[in-house]
Design a protein around this ligand. Structure first.
Ligand SMILES: [Zn+2]
Length: 466
C-alpha cells in the first residue's frame, strides 16, 4: 500500500510524456505509482491544480552574505523542493539549514571572495585548489565566481575554472573580471577564460542592461549567439525586474561594482552619497525581514534608516532588469529548435523574487511556453544541470519531490520533499533540510546531524553534455 496519494491534478512530467489528469502515489519517500488506480492510506485532492516533479531553482541565496535565514521558508512557499545556493560560504549555509531550514534540499557553491577566502584578486591555481578542497569538505559542490561584485583577474578566472574542471566539480560564474565588468563584454570574456571548459553562466539577463552597446536587446542577441556556439556553457536567467546586490561602502564608494553600475543606470553618482540619494528617491531598495519572518523590499527613508542601522550590511535591489530581455531569454531558440538558455531560475531565495511560478506561468498563459516547457525549464533541465538523476521526473523509484500549484493564482498549494509535506498551501510544515554534496562533503552534514545525499557530477550536463 502507498503512503499517500495525490488526486485531482493534471500531472505534467515531460520526461515520461505524461500530461493528463491522473493520480500520483508516494511510498517510503519515493514516487511509487502514477495512474488512475493508485491507492493509499491517506490522500489529498487538488481539483484543477497541476502536479509536477519538484521545482529545482538553480540560482538562490541563503547565506548571511546575501539572502539570509528567511530564504528556506520563502523557497518552500514558492514550491521549490531543491535549490542551488550560488555564493555560500558552505559552512554558514549549513548552520542556517540546521537552525532555519524548511525541509528542502540544498546544494552549495563556494564563492571565491578576494580578501576573504583568497588573498587578493589574483589567486594562483594552487591557492584556488586549496580553497576548493576545503569548500568541498565543508559541503560545497564547487565554485562560484562573484565577478560582477568582487572581480578577479582574467588569469585567476581561468585558473578557477581549470581547478573546478580538473576536479570535476561544479563551476558557476557571475561574469565580470578586473578587465570588463558585469556586462556583455564580461560575459563574453568568461567564455574565453574557460577555454572550452564547461561552466554554468549565471543570470544571462543581468549582462544585458545596455552598459556596453546602449541597447539591451542587441547585447542579448550577441550573448545568445556566443552561447549557441559554446554549448559546453549551460545557463539560466531570471524574470524579476529587481536585481540584488550589496549595500556596503568603503572609502565613500559602494564595494560592489554592480551597485555602482545600478547607481549609474539610475542617474545617481556612483558613490556612498549617491546611494543615499537613490534610497531617498525610492530607486534603491533594501531587503528586510517582516513580521512573518519573510523578506520584503523597503525603499525611501525607511530603507535609508535600515541601511544605516544595519551598518550597511543589507541586500540592496534596483529596478534595472530589462523586460524585453527577460522575455527573449525565456523564448529564444536556435536553428535546431532548442532553447538557447537552458533553465529559468530566480537569483532569489532570501531576495523576494522567487517567481518561477508567479512569472513563469504568465509565459504559459501567454502561449510563449507550453506547460511541458515550463516543467522542463524549472525541474527536468535543472535536475540534469546538477546531475540529480532521481529528480526532475516522476518515474516510479524517483525521489518523492513534488510541487502542486494552482495555475490561476500561480501559487504553490503543496511542496513535498522526499515524501514529506513541507508547505501545505498556508502553513510551513518542514524543518531542517537535506544537503546534497560530493562524497567528500558528507562529514560536514554528519557533524551537524543533517541528512545528506551525495551527487556524482559526472551525471551533470557540465560533464555529460546535453
Ligand atoms: Zn546571484
Amino acid at each position: 500500500m502507498n503512503d499517500f496519494v495525490i488526486r485531482g491534478c493534471t500531472v505534467v512530467d515531460p520526461k515520461n510524456n505524461v500530461n493528463k489528469l491522473t493520480s500520483v502515489a508516494i511510498k517510503d519517500g519515493k514516487i511509487s505509482e502514477v495512474g488512475d488506480n493508485a491507492k493509499g492510506r491517506r490522500f489529498a485532492n487538488f481539483d484543477g491544480a497541476v502536479l509536477m516533479p519538484g521545482i529545482i531553482d538553480t540560482h538562490v541565496h541563503c547565506s548571511n552574505w546575501i539572502g539570509g535565514p528567511a530564504s528556506f521558508k520563502m523557497l518552500a512557499r514558492a514550491g521549490v523542493t531543491t535549490a542551488l545556493d550560488l555564493s555560500g560560504p558552505a559552512d554558514v549555509v549549513l548552520d542556517q539549514i540546521a537552525e532555519h531550514g524548511s525541509g528542502i534540499n540544498i546544494l552549495i557553491t563556494e564563492a571565491v571572495y578576494p580578501g576573504v577566502n583568497v588573498k587578493d584578486s589574483n589567486p594562483s591555481y594552487e591557492e584556488l585548489n586549496r580553497l576548493l578542497e576545503t569548500a568541498i569538505s565543508e559541503g560545497a559542490i564547487g565554485f562560484k565566481l562573484l565577478g560582477g561584485h568582487y572581480p578577479l583577474t582574467p588569469e585567476a578566472c581561468s585558473a578557477a575554472i581549470k581547478t573546478a574542471a580538473d576536479r570535476r566539480c561544479y563551476m558557476a560564474i557571475h561574469a565580470g573580471s578586473v578587465k570588463n565588468g558585469s556586462n556583455m563584454k564580461g560575459a563574453l570574456d568568461a567564455i574565453d577564460f574557460a577555454e572550452g571548459r564547461p561552466f554554468h553562466l549565471a543570470h544571462v539577463n543581468s549582462y544585458c542592461r545596455g552598459a556596453v552597446l546602449g541597447r539591451p536587446k542587441e547585447e542579448l542577441q550577441t550573448l545568445l549567439k556566443a552561447l549557441n556556439e559554446h554549448r559546453e556553457v549551460i545557463s539560466e536567467f531570471y524574470t524579476a525586474r529587481f536585481n540584488g546586490t550589496g549595500g556596503k561602502c568603503a572609502g565613500g564608494l559602494p564595494e560592489s561594482h554592480v551597485t555602482r553600475n545600478c547607481l549609474r543606470a539610475g542617474g545617481f553618482p556612483e558613490t556612498e552619497a549617491g546611494l543615499k540619494q537613490a534610497f531617498e528617491a525610492s530607486f534603491a531598495h533594501c531587503v528586510r525581514e517582516n513580521m512573518d519572518g519573510l523578506n520584503e523590499y523597503i525603499t525611501g527613508r525607511a530603507a535609508l534608516e535600515y541601511w544605516k542601522e544595519m551598518d550597511q550590511n543589507v541586500t540592496c535591489a534596483f529596478p534595472v532588469n530589462d523586460r524585453e530581455v527577460a522575455f527573449l531569454c525565456g523564448t529564444s531558440k536556435n536553428e535546431a529548435g532548442e532553447y538557447i538558455i537552458d533553465a529559468v531560475a530566480t537569483d532569489g531565495g532570501g531576495i523576494p523574487r522567487n517567481f518561477l511560478l508567479e512569472n513563469g506561468l504568465l509565459l504559459v498563459d501567454w502561449g510563449a511556453w507550453s506547460m511541458d516547457d515550463f516543467v522542463r525549464k524549472t525541474s527536468f533541465i535543472p535536475s540534469r544541470m546538477l546531475g540529480l538523476t532521481e529528480k526532475g521526473h516522476l518515474t516510479p523509484g524517483a525521489d518523492g519531490d513534488i510541487t502542486v500549484f494552482d495555475p490561476v493564482t500561480r501559487r504553490a498549494l503543496l511542496t513535498v520533499v522526499g515524501g514529506k509535506v513541507v508547505w501545505g498551501g498556508n502553513a510551513l510544515l518542514g524543518g531542517g533540510g537535506t544537503l546534497i554534496c560530493l562524497k567528500e562533503g558528507r562529514g560536514a552534514a554528519e557533524r551537524r546531524g543533517l541528512p545528506f545525499k551525495t551527487v556524482d557530477l559526472e551525471e551533470s550536463m557540465l560533464y555529460k553534455g546535453r
